[in-house]
Design a protein around this ligand. Sequence first.
Ligand code: NAP
Length: 311
Amino acid sequence: MTKPLFETVALIGIGLIGSSLARVIRAKGLAGEVAIATRSAETLEAARALGLGDSYFGSNAEAVAKADLVIVSVPVGASEAVAREIGPHLKPGAIVTDVGSTKASVVRQMQPHIPDTAHFVPGHPIAGTEQSGPQAGFAELFEGRWCILTPPAGTDAGAIARLAEFWEACGSTVEEMDPDHHDLVLAIVSHLPHIIAYNIVGTADDLEAVTKSEVIKYSASGFRDFTRLAASDPVMWRDVCLHNKDAILEMLARFSEDLSSLQRAIRWGDGDKLFELFTRTRGIRRSIVEAGQDTDAPNFGRNAPKTDAAE
Ligand code: NAP
C-alpha cells in the first residue's frame, strides 16, 4: 500500500462536502487518520454512526491540533468564526483550506486568523448536489469535476502543490484563479442560476390564477428542472448571496437587461431574434456535454414515463 498523502486530515464541517471528502479519503487511503469536528452534537453523532472518521471532536480547536491538512466545509458566513477558533491551535506547517462557494469573502474572513507558521490555500470544488448533511455525501462527488484554488500572493508553492495533489487524488482537475475572478465566474455559472430558480419557483408558488396542484402536476414540462436547484440548502445559499453581493448584482443587472430584450422580442413578434438566441444557447448545451460535464442522454438521462411532455 502506498503512503497516504497526509498523516492526519481534520474535517471541520461534515455535511454534503465534508462527508464526501471523508468518504473519498477513506476509499483512496489519502490520510492515515481523519479527525472530524462539527457544530452540533447531532451531526457529530450521525458522522460517527456512518463511520466517516477515526476521531470525533465537539471542538474545532481540538480537532486540528494534530492535522497536516485542515479542510473547512461550513457555510461561507461561518468562515471567520471557524478560522478564529482554529488559528492558535494549528500545527506548524499545516495546510488550511476551505471549500466555500465564494472566495474573496472567505479570504478576507479567514486569512487574518491563520498564523504565518501555517499555509492558507483557499479552494472550491465545482461539485455538489441539492442535498445536505453527512448522509448526503458520496465518494465519487469530485470525480471528473474541477477544483479551483485561490492562494493569496506569496503562498508557499509546495503547499499549493500538495493540496492540488490531494484534489487530483479525489478525481478532480485543479485550476488556480484570483479570488475576485472566481467570484465573477461563479456568479454567472452557479449563483445566478440558483437565484433564478429560487425566484421562478417562488413566483409559481405565489400565483393565484394557476393552482399549486397544477404547477406540481404539469411540472415535467420544464418547471421541475428549476426545482432541483431551488431545493438547495437555504443557509448555504443565503450566505453565498450575502458574500458575493457585488458580482451577483453585476450579473443580475446584465441578466435583467437581456431579459427585457427578450421580452421586447416576444411582444413585437421578433421570431428571428428568438430563433437566433435559442439556437445559440443550444450550442452551449452541446459544448457542456462535449466537455464531459453532463450526459447527452435526453432529459438528463431520466427514465421518464411516457406521459411526460417535454416542451
Ligand atoms: P451542509 O451539508 O449543510 O453541511 C454544513 C456543515 O457546516 C455541517 O457540518 C454544519 O454543522 C456546519 N455548519 C453550519 N452552520 C455552521 C455555523 N454557523 N458554524 C459552524 N459550522 C456550521 O453544507 P455543504 O453543502 O457541505 O456546504 C459546505 C460548504 O461547501 C459551503 O461553504 C458551500 O458554499 C460549499 N459548497 C457546497 C456545494 C454544494 O453543492 N452543496 C458545492 C461546492 C461548495 P452542524 O450540522 O453540526 O450544524
